[in-house]
Design a protein around this ligand. Sequence first.
Ligand SMILES: Nc1ncnc2c1ncn2[C@@H]1O[C@H](COP(=O)(O)OP(=O)(O)OP(=O)(O)O)[C@@H](O)[C@H]1O
Ligand SMILES: [Mg+2]
Length: 567
Amino acid sequence: MVALLRLVKPYWIRVLGIIASSLVVSGSTAAMAGAIKYYIDDVLIKGDAFFMAMLPFAFVGLFIAKGVFMFFQTYLSRATGLKIIRDIRTRLYNHIVSMPLGFFHKNPSGSLISRLLNDAQNLQGNLIDIAKGIFVEGFTVIALLGVAFWRRWDLALITIVVLPVSFYGVRRLVKRIKSVARGSQVRISNLTDVMTETFGAMKIIKAFLLEGERKSAFEDENRNHYRLEMKSGRLSAFVSLLMDVVAGAGIGFIIWYGGYLASHGQMTPGDFTSYIAATMLVFTPMKRLAEVQAKVYQAMAAYERIIGVLNQPQEQFGTIELPQIRKRIEFDNVRLRYEGVENDALGGVSLSVRYGEMIAFVGQSGAGKTSLVDLIPRFFRPTSGRILIDGQDTTEATLSSLRRQIGLVSQEIILFDDTVANNIAMGRPGASRDEIIAAAKAANAHDFIIELPGGYETRIGERGVMLSGGQRQRISIARALLKNPPILILDEATSALDTASEIAVQSALENLMENRTTFVIAHRLSTVRRADRIVVMERGKIIESGTHDELIARGGAYAGLHRVQLR
Ligand SMILES: Nc1ncnc2c1ncn2[C@@H]1O[C@H](COP(=O)(O)OP(=O)(O)OP(=O)(O)O)[C@@H](O)[C@H]1O
Ligand SMILES: [Mg+2]
């Protein structure tokens, strides 16, 4: 609750406007109930000319005032709700983007999307309802009860005895709605998870005939969601029903007692009608007021889930501006264990790489090659040990001074649904067309790009689906080359190329490797042959290192791999 108030705080001027308009709206409603007395006692019974002339205008005025201020109230609360949600969405999105990579392994994109879309939407809808409930309905209830008390306090007292009873029943139901509401939000994110996973993997789904399975996975989640929504719907409908029953009984009694008082001359018909009008009018707002609690719970549930993400720490970086690398990168006894995994992915790796060196990593799948190079840009924090650039622990370096120096062609090629030129230019925003073309040429990509229907302006579809695997790879190499970083990481960067293209890209890369440190991961040993040093990894450890010739002469693991590949 306090958290929700804090959320609204920056908009307090608008909230004051909402409160002021609500006061006018509820004041007009109460005034109408009050004015009925004069209509009955003075106009209908006594035939008073002044009231007869004035009351119609008074009613018209009251209706107009109510309508106009209701408009302001609705407009202001909607605008405020939308602003709050716009701000919280931006905050949440920005926060998520700055989370460490491990966060995205734990949180499927479906649930993150659900936080951003559904929870934010729910929060907004509920905040608007809450504002209306508390201010408009709340004030109206108070004002109408005031009129009722003024007309006939003993009857009014009976009315408000009925209320606590109904509130008690409602409160218990609301508690259950709260837990059901949590559940249905969880389910909608399960639904988005199934969808994002399915749509992102259509090729495999079709190849392995998994359509049926994906359909039933979706159906199951969809059914669960339906059930929970129904349950929540039933409960809220039941709350309304309960309130109506209680209200009906109360009103029956009041009509009987009021009739008794009026017929015994203890009350004027105007007083009684005005009292009845106030009491009848009070029930709808009261019912809505009772629903506010459920809305508050729903809003809080949505807000808690949003805050749950916002409270998770972002990528941690230091404050030291790392100067451009000049001497070496050192791994100092680095261990890495991914969260929630039993075994170390890297078990104490020490390695010193000279500036300008081309170092290659080979080894079985799962040996820890990607894990090792991922530590250089600090995608993950080592569980222990340090990574030093020119003697400076990279933990203390700022994010930009470190990553600015690194170019990466990752194992899974990542392209955006944009033009070829823009995908390459991501390496260095603001690069000229000539520079883009030069990078594409170096990556042996220029020739195929100019044959695309739109040349460099061709859009390549989501994740680059309109290109072949090798074409995608060359674009991502061009992107890394355009950045022209002193440290270049190529994780299986040429694995999808045919031998001829690979040799072409390879020789281009070799020219570019002058004056930079290059980490190359490759399964194809022909790729790594010319490296200054080859490091062989196994189960998270370095088991051999040396030049190609040295390792062959040694007759160890590398020589074994070499023999197998020659066959
Ligand atoms: N995000 C992750 N969470 C948990 N475990 C992981 C994660 N990424 C990798 N691993 C594990 O760490 C180990 C090393 O993986 P890594 O990706 O570094 O291997 P690799 O040598 O690059 O293999 P490949 O040649 O197949 O790319 C593997 O056992 C893998 O299961
Ligand atoms: Mg790998």
